[in-house]
Design a protein around this ligand. Structure first.
Ligand SMILES: [Zn+2]
Length: 59
């Protein structure tokens, strides 16, 4: 018996394959991505920007 690793789409709540790039039902990108992960990624990007502007200050 095969069981796919399914997760609910965060937008339309249909079950989609975990880690799929785009929801086949509503078309959003990364439908199984948790808000927590998005938050961590956003913090990471901000941290990189702060470090970058510290290392290379605008003249
Ligand atoms: Zn969806």
């Amino acid at each position: 018996m095969e069981k796919e690793n399914l997760k609910k789409c965060r937008n339309c709540y249909y079950e989609v394959k975990k880690g799929i790039r785009r929801c086949p039902y509503c078309g959003i990108v990364n439908p199984t991505l948790e808000l927590k992960e998005v938050f961590v990624m956003t913090l990471g990007v901000i941290a990189v920007l702060i470090i970058y502007s510290y290392l290379f200050p605008m003249q």
